[in-house]
Design a protein around this ligand. Structure first.
Ligand SMILES: CC(C)(COP(=O)(O)OP(=O)(O)OC[C@H]1O[C@@H](n2cnc3c(N)ncnc32)[C@H](O)[C@@H]1OP(=O)(O)O)[C@@H](O)C(=O)NCCC(=O)NCCSC(=O)/C=C/CCCCCCCCCCCCC(=O)O
Length: 717
């Protein structure tokens, strides 16, 4: 796991632990022993530490967390470097992260390739850099830089790291060769002043103001995530305590954090995110065997909000796009939107003006579907009306070349029905983007019963290539994301009907860590869309939405949202919704007395006496109704694993990452407790079928099955 060789007077110690040279126990032992070997070899005058393969070590092996790490620890390897009596050079390529960078900081010199990156990302997995990073970095780069890097986990490119003295020299060419050359130059020079433990942290007199400023920033963005605050404390230890004492204190904090639910959740999320690309279809096709088609040209149908967002996402990733609309007026408007989204990207520094110009020049437009006869892939993004989509797909089937893949950006409709309107159901797939599609990273890809593994592989690959997080699910109304979100939105309305205020519910869920409460989300999305589909659904059943309606199609129903829409209060875009806004389109909101009165009148008209609703009830009814649906989604095989569901929630709805996602959150609360509360609400609200407890949840709750075994056990149950 660690290779050793000598080139003249230089010993090279190369970590060889693919894929990312994680510092697992055997690697630490290998490093320690080989450093000894170099120390004892009198012909060795300098040592180079590097990584084989694609990268320098990226840190501790996260799989080993949760157990007490066996010695030697990273700090033991560090002490060995410091006391070696010979200069040690870290030669960094790829990424030098976490414990990897810590080892480099114990070295006397650090060189890196221009495209290398360094960072201390422990905070992102709920930890602090206890292997020496929080003590060493302030002594090298100063308190300010250390605070920024350690509390955010940001990776710095080599050139920026060199500005802060983290890298002594940026070199090009072969990193090992460069390391050896550097070693030969410094081998006979004094290097005691390069041992960072003997330095004092730069900017230590400003510790207090820097800490206060950083804590203010953390408070604004943390939403209950506490690792950044502990990271701040660990850096303060570098000023307040002697080096070894600081290390010991940080180790104690690390141990406590490691056992915390937040660290477990974040580490789960890390691996969950990597597992989603390992998809499998019920028919047996999977990521390892299916080969994606090469996609060069893409057409997007529909230049509305979704179509233009998707177009920008594709253009900015370098794909030429042919944008289609039914008439020139809509098309012109769409092109203007694309241009302004690209300009917005330049302002947000997502890309340069030059890149935006290039992207814009790759956009072509047409009002003629026939022009799509040579594209490799089509993404349809028109209204959510099945008949309209069926019509478009049957036309596309006739126009597009036989091997072209046809995708629907539907958030709700049955992919099999859309596919059935073509003679190529194997090449039809759902690609559900989230709004705003050029920003939101989730791409919920939906296979139908005939979608081929090759088609799935192609859209999963496309998602990655445009910087999205593609998750594969099966087809059912609302798929995974919207199906789970629906009971939650309904519960939010019912809670208001029973006595809560919209702003109270929003606050409770924002305090929980959601980026926005459900009523703010409704106002942002626009109430009119849901209103129209509710009216359509009623019409379909031969009903009308009336204001005293308490049941609809056998289910409990709350007409408050309809009443708001009837008043033209569609949300932010009209300047009023559940809240009122400074002006249409503004985000500045305030509580509106008219809405409070409307809610009161609504309760009066139905004879509902408002009751006090607790924070616990709001959290449970919102979160558990969605979680119950999540278990049904697993039960039906719509999602293959809880990880798929959790990643959908992390990226589609901003579920707080330090809870891992709703399914992991349920596992941490305890399945028995979640199940019991769901049964309780089912008893209270028998006319909301979403409280019907999931059978899978019931079975798993009997033995509190750990989340890693849900999918496997489910297939056996
Ligand atoms: C940027 C990456 C490195 C690479 O990204 P990419 O190229 O996109 O590839 P990925 O798909 O992400 O990854 C490829 C595969 O590698 C796996 N992987 C990645 N990183 C790790 C890792 N760190 N460990 C294990 N496995 C890893 C990944 O899962 C992929 O696997 P697969 O192909 O899907 O199977 C990117 O991966 C990345 O960012 N990685 C994370 C880097 C990171 O977070 N590093 C920091 C880790 S934490 C750390 O280093 C901490 C060190 C200090 C430890 C201090 C210990 C103190 C001792 C206390 C002891 C107290 C005992 C007291 C005892 C007593 O007193 O009683």
């Amino acid at each position: 796991m660690v290779d050793y060789w000598r080139q003249g007077s230089v010993a090279v110690i190369a970590v060889n632990n693919p894929p990312v040279n994680a510092l697992s126990y055997n690697v630490r032992v290998g490093l320690y022993n080989n450093l000894d070997k170099a120390a004892n070899d009198r012909d060795v005058l300098a040592v180079v530490i590097c990584g084989k393969g694609r990268t320098f070590p990226v840190g501790a092996d996260i799989h080993e967390f949760g157990q007490i790490p066996k010695e030697p620890w990273i700090t033991d390897v560090g002490r060995k470097i410091e006391s070696l009596g010979k200069p040690v050079i870290a030669a960094i390529h790829g990424t030098g992260l976490g414990g990897g960078l810590e080892i480099a900081l114990f070295c006397h010199y650090r060189i890196a390739l221009p495209n290398a990156r360094v960072g201390l990302p422990e905070v992102l997995i709920g930890l602090l850099p206890a292997g020496g990073g929080a003590q060493l970095l302030p002594r090298l780069a100063g308190i300010q830089v250390a605070m920024e890097m350690i509390t955010t986990g940001r990776q710095l490119p080599a050139s920026e790291a060199a500005k802060y003295n983290i890298i002594d020299k940026v070199v090009s060419g072969d990193i090992v060769k460069e390391g050896i050359e550097f070693a030969l130059r410094v081998q006979n020079k004094p290097f005691q002043d390069k041992i960072l433990r003997y330095r004092s942290p730069h900017g230590k007199d400003s510790l207090q103001p820097i800490t206060e400023a950083v804590l203010r920033k953390i408070k604004m963005r943390s939403r209950g995530f506490y690792a950044p605050v502990w990271c701040v404390r660990s850096i303060a230890n570098s000023v307040k305590l002697p080096f070894e004492e600081g290390l010991a204190q940080n180790r104690i904090m690390f141990q406590q954090m490691q056992l915390s639910g937040q660290a477990k959740a974040l580490q789960y999320a890390f691996f969950a995110e990597r597992s989603i690309s390992k998809w499998k279809l019920p028919c047996g096709g999977n990521f390892a065997t299916a080969v994606p088609r090469k996609i060069k040209t893409i057409s997007v149908i529909g230049a509305g909000t979704m179509g233009t967002g998707i177009t920008v996402a594709l253009l900015s990733a370098g794909f030429p796009v042919l944008l289609v609309e039914q008439n020139k007026r809509f098309l012109m408007k769409g092109v203007q939107t694309v241009q302004s989204l690209l300009e917005g990207g330049v302002k947000r520094r997502k890309f340069t003006a030059e890149q935006a110009k290039m992207a814009s020049s790759s956009l072509t437009t047409t009002v003629d579907l026939q022009a799509l006869n040579s594209v490799d892939l089509v993404i349809e993004a028109v209204f959510e009306t099945l008949s309209l989509k069926e019509d478009i797909f049957s036309k596309l089937d006739k126009i597009c070349k036989p091997e072209a893949i046809l995708c629907s950006n539907t958030s709700y409709l049955n992919i099999d029905k859309i596919a059935a309107s073509t003679r190529r159901p194997d090449k039809v797939v759902g690609t559900h983007f989230f709004s705003p599609a050029h920003i939101m990273r989730l791409m919920e890809n939906i296979y139908g019963c005939k979608t081929s593994p090759e088609t799935v592989a192609t859209v999963m690959d496309l998602g990655k290539r445009i910087g999205k997080v593609p998750v594969l699910v099966g087809t059912c109304p609302g798929f995974c994301a919207n199906r789970m979100n629906r009971p939650q939105s309904e519960e939010a309305l019912f809670l208001v009907e029973e006595g809560a205020q919209p702003e109270q519910i929003d606050q409770v869920l924002e305090d929980f860590g959601m980026p926005m409460g459900p009523f703010k989300v409704r106002d942002l999305a626009g109430g009119d869309i849901g209103w129209r589909s509710r009216k359509d659904a009623a019409l379909h059943l031969g009903l009308t939405l009336s204001y005293d309606l308490q049941f609809f199609n056998g289910e409990r129903y709350c007409s408050l949202a309809d009443k708001l829409c009837e008043l033209g209060r569609f949300g932010q875009k009209t300047g009023s919704g559940w809240y009122s806004y400074d002006k249409p389109g503004s985000k500045q909101l305030s509580i509106d007395e008219d809405v409070t009165k409307l809610i009161q009148n609504h309760r009066d008209s139905l004879g509902i006496k408002p009751r006090k609703i607790t924070t616990q009830e709001i959290q449970e009814r919102f979160l558990f109704s969605g979680i119950n649906e999540g278990f049904k989604i697993l039960e039906e095989g719509i999602a293959a694993r809880p990880e798929d569901i959790d990643i959908i929630w992390l990226y589609g709805f901003g579920f707080p990452r330090h809870y891992g996602g709703p399914m992991f959150y349920a596992s941490q609360i305890g399945l028995k407790r979640v199940y019991d509360r769901i049964c309780h609400y089912h008893e209270l609200f028998p006319y909301s079928s979403h409280w019907m407890p999931s059978k899978l949840l019931q079975k798993l709750s009997i033995q509190e099955v750990p989340i890693g075994q849900w999918a496997e056990l489910h297939s056996k149950l």
